[in-house]
Ligand binder design. Sequence first.
Ligand SMILES: Nc1ncnc2c1ncn2[C@@H]1O[C@H](COP(=O)(O)OP(=O)(O)O)[C@@H](O)[C@H]1O
Ligand SMILES: [Mg+2]
Length: 367
Amino acid sequence: MTGPSLPRLAPGSTIGMLGAGQLGRMTALAAARLGYKTHVFAPDAAGSPAAQVSASATVADWNDLGALERFARSVDVVTLEWENVPVATVEHLRRFTGVHPGPNLLSVAQDRIAEKSFVNGLGIATAPWRPANDAGEVARAAAEIGPRCVLKSTRLGYDGKGQARLDEGSDPAAAWSAIGGGKPGVAGIVEGFVTFACEVSVIVARGADGAMVAYPAVENRHKDGILDVTIAPAQVSAATAAEADRIARRIAEALDLVGVLAVEMFVTPDGAVLVNEMAPRPHNSGHWTMDACATCQFEQLVRAVCGLPLGSVERLADAEMTNLIGDDVDRWPDLLAEPGVRLHLYGKAEARPGRKMGHVNRLLPRR
Ligand SMILES: Nc1ncnc2c1ncn2[C@@H]1O[C@H](COP(=O)(O)OP(=O)(O)O)[C@@H](O)[C@H]1O
Ligand SMILES: [Mg+2]
């Protein structure tokens, strides 16, 4: 579907940003470089990574209708760095200003069952899956899918949180309680465990006029459920890279995306590509584009929501991105001294275990 172009917002305009973490921060930095201002809105915006580099910030709850209206009226367009902003919040904001990506897309991306149903409806493969809303349903799903599987909460998971692995002999009741089963609003999905050759992702940017660009597929290696390293481009066959690209573009188009979308995929040993999940915002696996591409993923988001032409995704170098998690950040003096390393820190005061504190990009000659 191709919509009308958005009104072109000139430099000097203000972008409203829902969410206040590092993705908002790096979007605000890209916006500032093009002469735009950013106004952050989040319950935890005070002193946040994004607010530190934005022109203004509103600290208010997602359901504070008055604060949302004042925010919407003070900006020229709204986008987001966190896909779990309540859909009702976005619906309210849309009464006063444009919000991209919009509520229909968010409602798909917020729920693993909606997401997998949507993807499968496009004829795109995922791991086999079943909804499961009590221990008995977990056991039944595992019996149908096979004993090696993963139980996930359908909503609000990130960095491997809200997940439990199952195998032969596992206790479905223990897995169900491990993901918060039984608590209000917690629903589950059981997915077959994929013995993947590697994990890849593709990041697509799309304008309201249907124009679309995609970065090459990259390989993602996780540690303890958290992204550790991204290798750009992925060392996969040309056919696999092309299939990952086709899948990501197909999903972006079908969702009528305006903004940036990351699609995470598994590559099986026989070369099949299965969708794992997606995120309608800049993504950790796209941080390499900040130093290695003509236009980074954050600038693409700014361009898409401001009705500007999308930028070139030309790869100027190959790259390896490494996340700095928790105490890793203490290595900053050595990293600064390493030639060819680009250090990015997020301005977070406290280095808690598992917390993303920054990342480094190492540029490599193009293969
Ligand atoms: N069905 C699966 N089979 C194999 N590994 C999985 C599966 N689901 C998740 N994982 C592993 O766990 C990581 C995190 O899971 P994911 O579904 O991407 O959740 P999130 O990133 O939201 O925490 C994946 O990148 C992958 O390494
Ligand atoms: Mg993931």
